[in-house]
Design a binder for this molecule. Structure first.
Ligand code: GLN
Length: 445
């Protein structure tokens, strides 16, 4: 316990009371009591953890922001949740609000109402892990976890002025994470500073026999120590740091590049020629995978059901009433892209673009230690300002989607304000470079 003044149970209770009164609709469930006994031999004893709703938590609602999972209480917990609680000793404080099945960039696509940005409650906290970002920014939890499929940790971290890390694909088990797009879904962390990121990450990583795509990390996560960027080469991809980025965001970005130079880094322009096609590829691959993953919600097995006279009517009416508009849009897009006759033209081509983007990064990492960009093209936007324009919403992911397609780790750290609202700076490195990314992020913090 960092304060040194509260014991483990008092520390948990302090946050529990704050969380219960959270004014931003960041939580969809909050623990109703503090455990009588806390095992203080474990490293995170008494430290509350807030968890995105799509992580399965045994016996506790896990609804992924969707009505179709209303009051679904899984019979098991996700591996990452178990690692944080059973193994590391933290206690579940609450489940956080999110866009339905993690589809969105504002948390407005939640069946449980939007989350508000603690910096300005007329604005969104970003998404899809907006609840997990708002609990840290609003200090109703010391830290939290979320998932990032195309930017859903990094963008909300940027829009709420905190640190958000998407690790290398496979570093953390996906077992028990309600699936959106399985080849992209990645669990990660929200914290107030970079040292906390390292601590939280260290407890979550690891290969898991229940997730065949999990690898863990080749070396343990260590606490970052760097105070300079001496000898570090930063590449600034022209494609992701110019057109379409708000002026105030670019100004903060350039100031951070200056700081990096003062800390000893070299900064050079580089190219990721295929990165601008990332959005187009992502918005085919992610919907294609989601259309398959979401086929299981048929009213038979989970939560919500609409009774009807025939089985087919029950399926249809359950899905009609249980899914929100964005989820339906993506299921239709994905089903279309996968249908015979269109598969090669859409899904097949998108996969080729994905390979080219991964190759672009590989080439760039021949010359640079890290690729840096603004995290999001703008600051937190007003509630309802983009809900009727899906393409405007998708543009938020412009700078984050390429790293997701390539499976590489990236962090967003706060780097100042624009119009009084927080801005994020993104540092991406080669697969498994988490320790080095954390060092660089600490130096810039
Ligand atoms: N905003 C992106 C989408 O809507 C990314 C979501 C995510 O990373 N889960 O798909």
């Amino acid at each position: 316990i960092r304060s040194g003044e509260l014991d483990a149970a008092e520390y948990f209770e302090f946050y529990r009371q704050r969380a219960a009164k959270d004014p931003y609709n960041s939580y969809v469930w909050v623990a109703d009591e503090t455990p009588a006994e806390i095992d203080t031999s474990k490293p995170f004893a008494g430290v509350p953890i807030a968890i995105k709703d799509l992580f399965c938590t045994e016996g506790i609602p896990s609804q992924a922001g969707s009505k179709i999972l209303e009051d679904y209480r899984p019979p098991y917990s996700a591996t990452s949740v178990k690692k944080l609680t059973t193994e590391a000793g933290s206690t579940l404080l609450g489940k956080t609000n999110q866009d339905e099945f993690a589809m969105g960039s504002s948390t407005e696509n939640s069946a449980y109402g939007p989350t508000l940005n603690p910096w300005d409650t007329t604005r969104v906290p970003g998404g899809s892990s907006g609840g997990s970002a708002a609990v840290v920014a609003g200090a109703t939890a010391p830290w939290s976890i979320g998932t990032d499929t195309g930017g859903s940790i990094r963008q909300p971290a940027a829009l709420t002025g905190i640190v958000g890390l998407k690790p290398t694909y496979g570093a953390i088990s996906r077992y028990g994470m309600i699936a959106f797009a399985s080849s992209l879904d990645q669990a990660g962390t929200f914290t107030r500073d970079v040292t906390d990121t390292a601590m939280l990450l260290s407890a979550m990583v690891g290969a898991d026999p229940c997730d065949q795509t999990s690898l863990g990390l080749p070396e343990p996560v260590r606490l970052p120590t760097a105070d300079s960027l001496k000898g570090i080469r930063l590449g600034v991809p022209e494609e992701l740091s110019g057109e379409g980025i708000e002026e105030g965001v670019l100004k903060a970005f350039n100031e951070t590049l200056e700081l990096a130079k003062q800390l000893g880094a070299t900064v050079e322009t580089t190219h990721l020629p295929h990165a601008p096609h990332g959005l187009a590829a992502y918005y085919l691959i992610a919907p294609a995978e989601c259309s398959s993953n979401l086929a299981r919600y048929d009213g038979v097995r989970f939560g919500f059901r609409k009774q009807a006279d025939t089985l087919l009517d029950m399926y249809n009416q359950t899905r009609e009433a249980g899914f929100g508009a964005e989820v339906k849009r993506r299921i239709m897009l994905g089903t279309y892209a996968l249908s015979s006759g269109y598969y090669d033209a859409y899904y097949g081509r998108a996969q080729k673009v994905r390979t080219l983007i991964a190759q672009d990064f590989k080439n760039a990492f021949g010359d640079f230690d890290f690729i840096v960009t603004p995290t999001a093209p703008g600051v937190a936007f007003e509630l309802n300002s983009k809900t009727s324009d899906p393409l405007a919403m998708y543009l938020n992911d412009f700078c984050t989607v390429p790293m997701s397609l390539a499976g590489i780790p990236a962090i967003s750290i706060p780097n100042g304000l624009s119009e009084g609202l927080p801005v994020g700076f993104q540092i991406a490195g080669p697969a498994f470079s988490e320790n080095r990314i954390l060092d660089a992020a600490l130096a810039l913090e």
